[in-house]
Design a binder for this molecule. Structure first.
Ligand SMILES: Nc1ncnc2c1ncn2[C@@H]1O[C@H](COP(=O)(O)OP(=O)(O)OP(=O)(O)O)[C@@H](O)[C@H]1O
Ligand SMILES: Nc1ncnc2c1ncn2[C@@H]1O[C@H](COP(=O)(O)OP(=O)(O)OP(=O)(O)O)[C@@H](O)[C@H]1O
Ligand SMILES: [Mg+2]
Ligand SMILES: [Mg+2]
Lengths: 227, 227
């Protein structure tokens, strides 16, 4: 499903060159439940943005379902992002002028879903993450643990083939955290490929494979035997 | 130092009235290390914003160092915020157009510190949180675990009497998290009053008093015997 080969990412800040990804090569099969861990600044979000077709590597190739992503134009990338991938950003990226329901409906606009259907599906997604009674709240009227859940609902609403979640539970209390991870487990049991970045060992337990980053490189890649 | 009496906060969304704080009464002495916990949406950030003089209650009184905050004008509030309180926001509130160093210098501008002194103190604060080599990075060039640390550095740079930190470690890996909590412990040992909202039991262990919120009320308030 996902195949990356020698992915690098270099930033220039002032006259300093900073190699954030130093050559990542790995593949992820359909249906996997992968957890990515590693210290702050080790390149996890940068890698996720490349997987999510939101950023391009400095060098290396990324194949998604066999297609070389580097060769695609803007419209094709946009189509892939909206149809195949649900992304939960580390900072949620909610649109301030839309309420929770409208934020969750957003991916459905790209797919020509009728207005009534959008409303229904967005409501159901919000219900799945425990925010049924917060539909009309705007992001600044939501708590720090409610905003990520709106972002999670938005990532699910399109039934994407792949969910990329960057620290989805960082701001959640234990109960909400367990609910969200159980939800991801159910989605994975239904065939959705899940890739989650987390700092929390409890969250990592839900995955069947743990990839560890350090200083822009993968230093460990272990599959867990089913428990 | 801090005395709140029957603090309420009510929001209206549409024609629904939502009591986010239902009558909070408690006092916090100088030099305490207080941890606030509770489920998502239970009112913790709302309470912290009132303590930090960033928001006003719907009813009830808040005395800070004996002064009734409700009676103060905008300039007086602004002065108190900048001189006495260091605030780490749940969403960091970094200024996108300023780099890390400039963001950290900001509170010092209010205090008439010379430009050279500001630079020195901001550099030292960034060093304390492990971000010495990220000074010239802008917020969107920082990782999810680096941004909160800039916010923490900014909250410390003025040597405030009180530090209010809303989920300061939510996005930090274990190592950074321990460094930050050790830093808060040292500051507390030096006399600074610390009030931290957290979801993490490990972080709560650093406090000597745990106040638990639920549905806008305090349901527990326990002092820990020194271990
Ligand atoms: N401006 C607002 N208008 C309407 N409702 C609001 C507003 N701000 C917050 N709320 C609501 O108040 C409740 C409490 O919010 P608050 O941010 O204090 O929770 P919290 O305890 O900090 O939660 P978390 O742990 O998720 O950060 C939430 O249910 C939220 O939806
Ligand atoms: N646009 C950019 N320009 C310059 N440097 C950047 C940029 N984006 C990220 N960086 C740097 O790249 C490094 C890796 O960032 P990244 O966000 O991938 O880390 P991370 O592993 O997700 O960390 P965290 O766990 O803190 O979220 C960081 O040191 C950061 O400062
Ligand atoms: Mg990150
Ligand atoms: Mg909060």
């Amino acid at each position: 499903l996902i195949e990356v080969s020698n992915i690098t990412k270099v930033y220039r800040v002032g006259d300093l060159e900073h190699w954030v990804l130093k050559g990542i090569s790995l593949s992820i099969e359909r249906g996997e439940f992968v957890v990515i861990m590693g210290p702050s600044g080790s390149g996890k979000s940068t890698f996720m943005n490349i997987l999510g077709c939101l950023d391009t590597p400095t060098s290396g190739t990324y194949r998604l379902e066999g297609m070389n992503i580097g060769g695609l134009g803007r419209d094709e990338l946009s189509e892939i992002r909206n149809k195949k991938i649900g992304f939960v950003f580390q900072n949620f990226n909610l649109i301030p002028r839309m309420n929770a329901l409208e934020n969750v409906e957003l991916p459905l606009l790209y797919n020509g879903v009728t207005k009534r259907n959008r409303r229904e599906r967005a409501k159901r997604a919000l219900e799945l993450v425990g925010l049924k009674d917060r539909e009309s709240h705007y992001p600044n009227q939501l708590s720090g643990g409610q905003q990520p859940r709106v972002a999670i609902a938005r990532a699910l609403v399109n039934n994407p083939a792949i969910i990329l979640a960057d620290e989805p539970t960082g701001n959640l209390d234990t109960a909400s955290s367990e609910d969200i991870m159980a939800l991801f487990s159910r989605l994975n049991a239904g065939g959705i490929t899940i890739i989650i970045v987390t700092h929390e060992p409890d969250v990592a337990l839900y995955g069947r494979r743990v990839i560890r980053f350090r200083d822009g490189m993968v230093i460990a890649d272990e599959r867990r035997s089913p428990s």
